[in-house]
Structures are given as C-alpha cells and as structure tokens.
Write a protein that binds this ligand. Structure first.
Ligand SMILES: C[S@@+](CC[C@H](N)C(=O)[O-])C[C@H]1O[C@@H](n2cnc3c(N)ncnc32)[C@H](O)[C@@H]1O
Length: 301
C-alpha cells in the first residue's frame, strides 16, 4: 500500500454531451436492494479518493454508490457489473427502453393484487421480451417481502408478496433520471474476479461491496443468486483486492466486522462505519452495528 496522487485532470471536454445535458446528479436507485448503501453514503463518501476519472463497481446491486460517485466526480468511464444477470438486463432496459418500460410498469400498477403478484412471479423471465422481463423484475422488487431478491437452486425467484399498502411500483421521474445516468455506463454480468482482472487499470477507483460474511447464522443476507457467497469467495475476493492494489488502483471495500475479514485485509487501512442492519430476522442482531471499510490509500477528500 502506498500514497498515490490521482491524475488531477478532469476531462469535461471529453465527456459525452449526454452527461452534461441531463441532471444526472439527482439520480438515485430505482430498486430496493438487500445491503443497499443509500443510508450510509454520507459516511462512505468521506473515504472516496479525492478524484475519480475511471470507476468500476463489480457488485453494483441497486447502484446507490454509483449514482453518488457520478454526481460528485462525473468520471469519464464507468463500468458496473453484478453476477445477477436479470438485474443487469434490467439496468440495460432502464437505459435503453425507459419509456416502454414505464408504460408496462403502469399496467402492473393498475393490476396489482396478491393473485396478480403470484401470476407474474410464476413467469419465466427467459420467455419474456426485454421490456417485459425488466418490468417484471421491478414490479416484483417493489411488491415482494422487504424488496429481497432470492432464487431457489433452479434460479426461480421465490420471495413471497410483501405487505405494502401502496407499493411504489412505477416511479417515472426516478426511472428517467436513472436512464440518463446510465447512458454512458458499460454494463456487464459476471463474477467480480473476471471484471476486475480484465478491466482494472492504474488509478481506477474500484468499489467492492460484496455479500457480507455473516457474523452470525442469521445476521446477514448472502443469498442474492442461486450460489451462496461463502468463505471461499471472501478469500478469492481478498486475493483480487491485492491484485488491484498491485495494479495501482484505488480500492475501497465494505464488509462485516469479524476477525476473519480483518485477517484477510491485514496490512491495509481498516476503518469502520455505523450501520443499522434490517436484514436480520433476529431482533437481537438488529440495531447499530459496525461495518468495515478497507482502503489501500490515504488521499480521501
Ligand atoms: C451487498 S450487495 C451490493 C449492494 C449495492 N452496493 C447497493 O448499494 O445496492 C452485493 C451484490 O453482489 C452480487 N453478487 C453476489 N455474488 C457475486 C459475484 N460472485 N460476483 C459479482 N457479484 C456478485 C449480488 O447479486 C448483489 O447484488
């Protein structure tokens, strides 16, 4: 780990005009997401590097950190990725087909009921066209229990309906702002390792927000895809972290505070933030918790 200075040139003249014409700084997540960072952006942003011209986020989820980075730094290049292919296809649809998507979500909103929810849940997204699949994804996200995304071994979404009185199924303004904010983004659906190894370059800012290592059997939700993110994945991720450090990237990672995770990142700068976990079903493990922020640099703002 060393102290580095990012190339201070922010090439606004090289930015695609779309980024300058639309108020991307207002974009916020259009999905609910387990482990989403929206509530902690103030705490997290104090650790961002002082400049970001290329940004990579391999566990993007609902993208709260990306939207914040875009507003603050307007990077020249952004790459967002997640193993969840349905999520990434949804991002592509918001970016490329926003108006038809809004129209389809309005229909879901009109039809919403318990029986309708289960009818839509039973559909196989692979049989649906792009707009239809993305509308299903957003509709289920906004109406299911706690906005969870959970699939069974066959990859079928199996979360029961939530108990919202008036779920926000269609939010046109939010979707349109997100669409503009995604206009210049490169999207990928892959495992974090291949994204980092194939894309990371010196001075890139890489933000890693993996499924957390559980600190108790019920404390953290790690089953975002049909594969559990286990200890082996955490070890693999720590190796990728070291490789990104060797390449000269600025690397920031969040995880739960445990001896296991602290040991994986020994030698790096380890800070903590205060969070209020709501994923746990156990009242004892809910409430204020410390989470780790692992950094390989010191030149935050
Ligand atoms: C903690 S969430 C990220 C939340 C995000 N920062 C936000 O604010 O919404 C972790 C994400 O990692 C994704 N994921 C799980 N295993 C992965 C893997 N092997 N490679 C890439 N992404 C993975 C999940 O689909 C999930 O979206």
């Amino acid at each position: 780990m060393q102290q580095r200075v990012i190339n201070p040139v922010v090439r606004l003249s090289m930015m695609p005009t779309q980024t300058l014409l639309f108020p991307t700084y207002h974009a916020t997540p259009f999905l609910k997401w387990a482990g989403g960072k929206s509530k902690y952006l103030n705490q997290l942003s104090q650790f961002f590097p002082s400049k970001v011209s290329r940004y990579i986020e391999p566990f993007v989820g609902a993208g709260s950190v990306y939207f914040c980075i875009l507003a603050r730094f307007q990077p020249d290049v952004c790459l967002l990725s997640d193993l969840n292919a349905d999520l990434i296809q949804c991002y592509e649809t918001v970016r490329d087909e926003c108006q038809p998507l809004i129209a389809r979500l309005e229909e879901h909103k009109q039809n919403h009921s318990s029986s309708y929810y289960y009818k839509v849940r039973d559909q196989n997204p692979k049989d649906l066209r792009m707009v239809e699949a993305a509308a299903r994804f957003i509709y289920l996200n906004k109406t299911c229990f706690n906005g969870l995304y959970r699939v069974n071994q066959s990859g079928e979404f199996n979360v029961p309906i939530g108990s919202y009185k008036v779920p926000k199924i269609c939010e046109p303004d939010k979707l349109m702002l997100a669409s503009h904010a995604l206009a210049v983004v490169k999207l990928r659906s892959s495992d974090f390792a291949s994204v980092c190894l194939s894309e990371a370059q010196p001075n890139d800012f890489v933000y890693l927000d993996p499924p957390y290592q559980p600190i108790s059997t019920t404390a953290h939700f790690t089953k975002y895809t049909s594969n559990q993110f286990g200890r082996g994945d955490q070890i693999r991720l720590a190796e990728i972290y070291r490789e990104l450090d060797r390449r000269g990237c600025y690397v920031m990672l969040n995880n739960s505070d445990s001896e296991f995770i602290r040991a994986l990142y020994r030698g790096y700068r380890i800070e903590t933030i205060q969070t209020n976990r709501s994923i746990s079903s156990n009242a004892k493990t809910r409430g204020m918790t410390k989470e780790l922020v692992v950094l390989n640099y010191f030149d935050s703002k």
